[in-house]
Design a protein around this ligand. Structure first.
Ligand code: S3P
Length: 180
């Protein structure tokens, strides 16, 4: 059974929705630790996500991502920014649900395309002939995976400060609805 008040906050959602920036801002406000699973994979493997995809392949990256997510389960007061594809593995979602409130950040495809520049650092989009079509396709494909979230915020028209304030409200309301 899930703990009534979960110790961590996990941000999920597509690339360019604000997971890393807003996660860092939140962690700073709360005096919590910020962790970014992409950065942890990069540190463990010793090269960038783009290089991992190119040299070792996406399945290798996904396995590293899963292992790193499992390691976070025992930690407390973390704001976790996950990679955009993390919720596509059921075991990743199950792992997050054991210790974190899951908050989905979303944005419109046009906004995402602007925010993910330079696109070379985003292997899932850089390899596509039409990045906008690929964003739309992946969003559709991941709709179900992203629906695991407890909370949702569309960041398309919010400044980072507005988004952080809204996330704080959402988390507060969510906690208030827990029985203890
Ligand atoms: C991916 C998103 C990236 C990174 C990798 C794959 C995806 O993370 O994990 O390039 O499949 O959507 P961000 O969402 O942090 O950019």
């Amino acid at each position: 059974m899930r703990e009534h008040v979960l110790p961590n906050v996990a941000l999920i959602g597509f690339m360019g929705t604000g997971k890393s920036l807003l996660g860092q801002m939140l962690a700073q406000r709360w005096g919590w630790q910020f962790v970014d699973t992409d950065a942890m994979v990069e540190e463990r493997v010793g090269c960038s996500v783009a290089q991992i995809f190119e040299r070792l392949g996406e399945p290798f990256f996904r396995q590293m991502e899963t292992e790193i997510l499992h390691k976070l389960e025992t930690q407390r007061q973390l704001v976790i920014a996950t990679g955009g594809g993390a919720p596509t593995r059921t075991e990743n979602v199950q792992s997050l649900r054991r210790h974190a409130v899951i908050l989905l950040l979303s944005a419109e495809p046009e906004v995402i395309l602007q925010r993910v520049q330079p696109i070379a650092s985003r292997p899932k989009l850089a390899s596509a002939p039409d990045p906008m079509a690929e964003i739309r396709r992946l969003l559709k494909e991941r709709e179900q995976a992203y629906s695991c979230a407890d909370l949702h915020l569309n960041t398309s028209r919010l400044s980072p400060e507005q988004a952080v304030a809204r996330i704080e409200e959402l988390v507060k309301q969510w906690k208030a609805t827990r029985p203890f």
